[in-house]
Design a protein around this ligand. Structure first.
Ligand code: AGP
Length: 612
């Protein structure tokens, strides 16, 4: 987590760096800081506890500027979220910003302390500044070589950016297992954790690989492999996202904007991959053949949080459409299990950011044991797709709100395409079945568009239930993962405890919780489980539990049993999760907004969890 931005070029860069940090604040917002080398060659820093606005205030009171600079927005790992622990960290003429964890910082700190270095913070990061300073001053190495020697000593996951007052017009970056992208400009160059931070200045990016470092001047970049000091072959990628895609566009919050972008995002994810005429799904990016699928012994889907929920929906699709029954695993669990995996295993990782440390580690575990690995990802060039044989990109565009919305529904669309592709390869789907599936899927963007334009009682629900201490979400079949997703969204942004449960499992425990103070959201459209779930709903009502039913449009019976009703358009069962996602998101959003929480940057969370 944490966001970093660096600039070297002809402009005074404080505003540019702060603007980049604004676009990275979703990665962490415990503190923020800026460092520049000014016109006199002095290293100047400003830091502030809390959100970026505090740093901006500090900069208004005490401005600094320079033509070489870097900034950081922090998600605290080592050391409390205080100003002393805020980045940049300094030693002598060196300043460093860092995203990740230095696992051997205790040992390095002891070594450097013995050499006379005095530490100011409780962070792991500060050792990097002292280590580089040591190589620079005690050993007289040039900046890039001093950084390389320091990086060779670091264990853990990190991306760093370094500036040095004695070497103006140079910035150096390095990465191992944390994202770092290099932006190529005209007479200026950039480093950042994420393309969104520098999109306003360039769309030409180089994704720095693990174990690489880069030295940037205004006119050039020098990329090296840290271990060998050789120049690797690197490629420029031109990113198609526009800077406007990362703006709020008139919505109160990014989350609301992103909910409303879902029709476009899903349509973009399907575009060019479906032929209704030929009744086929074309995914040339997934290099698996019928023979590969036929000989599979194990199939795992891995992800975290919302991405895991998308995988759970995927299980129903792979079972129904391809006759494959994947194990859908929380990545942080799978990575430490002794799960059977070999060359006849397929691992599918699902991740919006493509940088989630647990998902990456689970994927690597599969790779180590010889498994085939593929992914569904939103961020082009991120670590997960770079390690995979093939990636199905969701074309959701940048997702800034910490609570995932359009990334989730585009993951559902992508996993549906993949299940259809596998079903097609395995000869499981005749033309009629394929046509029905594809028609339903292609119709989803229009259906969600209509769903979003309908009036609904979200505000009334928020008014009635915003003080609840806890809520229960029930769903069955492919809507059980939506119950989990609804509960996760509510927890994340409204801070109301919520639990998602398979409706049929309620009687085995959670029913004991039901009384007039525990609102329950019941996903009960007219699907295959309709009657059974309606009975569960009656059981809640019989115990005086307040109920919100998510029913099919026109289901007049639902209103008799419910305190509130939200409706879903009548759609085929395999695309129900896509349309059911909308009320799950809007219940949470409205509840959080009514309570006045920080919807886009909820406490303690970060958008992309690049630490374990
Ligand atoms: C969702 O609202 C969350 N913020 C979180 O659970 C997220 O889905 C999870 O951290 C996985 O992220 P990824 O998709 O970037 O791997």
């Amino acid at each position: 987590m944490c966001g970093i931005v660096g600039y070297v070029g002809p402009e005074l860069c404080a505003d540019l760096v702060v603007d980049g940090l604004r676009r990275l604040e979703y990665r962490g917002y415990d503190s923020a800081g800026l460092a520049v080398v000014d016109a006199e060659g002095q290293l100047l820093t400003r830091r502030a506890e809390g959100k970026l606005t505090n740093l901006v205030k500090r900069l208004v009171e005490a401005p600094i500027d320079g033509r070489t600079g870097m900034g950081h927005t922090r998600w605290a790992t080592h050391g409390a979220p205080t100003e002393d622990n805020a980045h940049p960290h300094r030693s002598g003429s060196i300043a460093v910003v860092h995203n990740g964890i230095i696992e051997n910082h205790v040992e390095l700190k002891a070594e450097l302390s013995a050499l006379g270095h005095a530490f100011q913070s409780e962070t792991d990061t500060e050792v990097i500044a002292h280590l580089i300073d040591h190589h620079r001053t005690a050993r007289g190495l040039a900046l890039s070589e001093a950084v390389r020697q320091a990086v060779l000593r670091l264990h853990g996951a990190y991306s760093i950016v370094v500036i040095d007052a004695t070497t103006p017009n140079v910035i150096v970056g390095a990465r191992v297992a944390s994202p770092l992208v290099l932006g190529l400009g005209q007479g200026a160059n950039y480093l950042a954790s994420d393309v969104a931070a520098i999109l306003a200045h360039t769309r030409d990016m180089v994704f720095i690989e693990d174990g690489w470092m880069a030295t940037l001047t205004p006119d050039g970049v020098d990329v090296r492999v840290v271990a060998t000091n050789e120049s690797p072959r690197w490629e420029k990628t031109t990113v198609t996202w526009s800077p406007a895609m990362a703006e709020k566009g008139g919505y109160k919050h990014f989350m609301l904007k992103e909910i409303h972008e879902q029709p476009r995002a899903i349509a973009d994810t399907l575009r060019g991959r479906v032929s209704l005429e030929r009744r086929t799904v074309d995914l040339p990016e997934i290099p698996l053949t019928r023979e590969d699928l036929e000989q599979l012994r194990h199939f795992y889907i891995v992800g975290c949080g919302t991405a895991w929920h998308a995988g759970l929906v995927g299980r129903y699709l792979f079972e129904d459409l391809a006759g494959l029954s994947p194990h859908v695993e929380v990545a942080s669990e799978l990575r430490y299990r002794n799960a059977p995996m070999d060359e006849r295993t397929l691992v599918l990782a699902i991740s919006q950011s493509g940088e989630t440390a647990d998902t990456l580690a689970a994927l690597r575990e599969g790779k180590r044991k010889g498994a085939r690995i593929i992914s569904i990802c939103n961020v082009i060039g991120a670590s997960i797709p770079r390690e995979c044989e093939g990636t199905l990109y969701t074309h959701a565009g940048p997702e800034i709100g910490v609570a995932s919305t359009k990334a989730f529904t585009t993951q559902l669309a992508a996993v549906h395409l993949l299940a259809l592709k596998f079903g097609q390869l395995l000869g499981r789907l005749d033309d009629a079945a394929m046509e029905a599936e594809l028609t339903a899927l292609m119709h989803v963007p229009t259906v969600i568009e209509e769903e979003l334009s309908k009036p609904a009682d979200y505000l009334e629900i928020a008014r009635a239930w915003h003080e609840a201490a806890s809520m229960l979400y029930l769903g069955r079949g492919n809507l059980y993962p939506l119950a989990l997703e609804g509960a996760l969204k509510l927890k994340e942004i409204s801070y109301i405890h919520a639990e998602g449960y398979p409706a049929g499992e309620m009687k085995h425990g959670p029913i004991a919780l039901i009384d007039e103070r525990l609102p329950t959201v019941v996903l009960n459209p007219r699907d295959a489980h309709f009657q059974k779930v309606r009975s569960n709903l009656a059981e809640v009502k019989a115990r005086s539990g307040p109920v919100l039913v998510v029913a099919t449009e026109g289901d007049t019976d639902a209103a008799d049993l419910a305190d509130f009703t939200l409706t879903l358009p009548a759609v085929p069962e395999h695309v129900l999760p896509l349309v059911a996602a909308v009320p799950m998101q809007l219940i949470a959003y409205t509840m959080a907004d009514f309570k006045g929480t920080d919807v886009d940057q909820p406490r303690n969370l970060a958008k992309s969890v690049t630490v374990e």
